[in-house]
Ligand binder design. Sequence first.
Ligand code: C2E
Ligand code: MG
Ligand code: MG
Length: 485
Amino acid sequence: MKKNHKSLNFIFLEICIIFMYLFSFYETGMFQGSVSPFVYIFEVIMTVLTITSIVICVKTSNKISKIDSLTGIGNVDWIMAKGGKMHFQKKLSQYTAIFLNMKESKYLNEKFGNAMGDKIIHDYAQNLQSYLNKKGYIGRMGGDNFYIYIKNEYLDEFLEYLRNITFTIECDDDLIEHKVKVRCGIVRVTNDIEYREIMNHASTALAIAKETGPDFVEYDESMQKEFLAEKQILADFKIGLANNEFVPYYQPKVDSKTSQLCGAEALVRWIKDETIISPGAFVPVLEKNNRITKLDFYIFDQMCKDLRTWIDAGIEPVRISSNFSKQNLKNEHFAEEIISIMKKYSLDGRYIEVELTESSCMEDFQLLKQFSDKIKNAGIKLAIDDFGTGYSSLSMLHEFDADVVKLDKSFLDSATAGSKRSQVFIQDVISMVDDLEESTICEGVETKEQLEFLKDAGCNMIQGYYFDKPLPKDEFEKRLKKPQY
Ligand code: C2E
Ligand code: MG
Ligand code: MG
């Protein structure tokens, strides 16, 4: 942009010079024919030269405005114009469009400084430009994003090439080999696709690559629908939170020996336009997009509020567990925030339990340990949800002292469907947890047969449709008043 301004200034200057010449012709009396022929010739030559330089200047300025100043390759305007032209000439279906994003630019800038970060982007762009010579085209979209058209016959070879580009970086007199990692949204262009749609599809595929993990994602029709549905959920989520559309339902937990209500789990429900939406439809989307922690705390707050209402009304509540995503463990004030909500409603820790899934417990043991120490000091219990679904369940039991271990429904289903291995697994886990003086609960108990199996195995608590589904607040309140099953 700066360069464009410079060129325009230059053109303006040239125009001024022409006017000066014309003025000097007038001044010297050339228009009146009273000047020597040499001056006449000289002035004509100067005018031709000036006009030529203006033409060159305009051409250069057009060229400059299509070149990316950092990398020296084509910029957005250039690559878009190139694509548009090929589309118009019906040549674009010979190409595959790729939206490419360099993965570690932020990290490289932080580690080696911005100048080195810029150099890597420059070298990378130049490297791809040389590779693409006669095989395709590349333009920089800004930042560390590039848009590429590669001839279909070279696509596989090019993707392989992208996977293996390595640079040597100079750092404190050391030479470091750096493999450039990228993500790509890939679109195979067809003749019937609308030109503007190609880039939309490529950026959708790139966004999916960023969210879901695989580095190279090829666009297909279903993706767009899914992607738009997710975007809709995220937009509705913001409004839904503001409109208090999320509520906790409470699923009772029953003491296996006394058949008495002994606890509950708060499970979120989204009540939108009088429809009740289950968490399976939105929790994974919120997790993927890092919004789940907001919901977790919102539901926890509602749960604490309900506990306070029952206590104030003279109804003795039970301990209620709330589900927290593993993303919360990244928050160093996770425990403090839980405790502060508990205090806001003047609640005792004995009414509260935090559920973390087994997979989250395995991820960062140190963080988990700190978190668990803090909440336990406040009298809050910690449960490991979906136990048995991870790969290191037993080593986790060994290392970590949770208060409650929640056996996943899948084991119970296969145990009662006759799987000897699942039966032995459940029995052994229950007796081990018992020896460790922790409690067991099994979720998803639906039949009398399952209940009897768990009772025989010594499972402490039972949760499942056999006793109750997750209940809205009012119905759960009735259950609190009549806790015997
Ligand atoms: P979860 O924490 O493992 O919850 C148990 C799920 O099993 C619940 O599904 C519950 O309704 C269901 N369930 C309980 N008993 C039975 C049964 O007998 N049969 C069958 N078929 N299902 C039973 P729900 O309410 O749909 O919740 C699904 C998952 O959503 C939960 O699994 C939990 O991981 C997540 N979730 C729910 N609320 C929250 C929340 O506030 N925050 C977070 N992060 N996750 C939540
Ligand atoms: Mg749970
Ligand atoms: Mg579970």
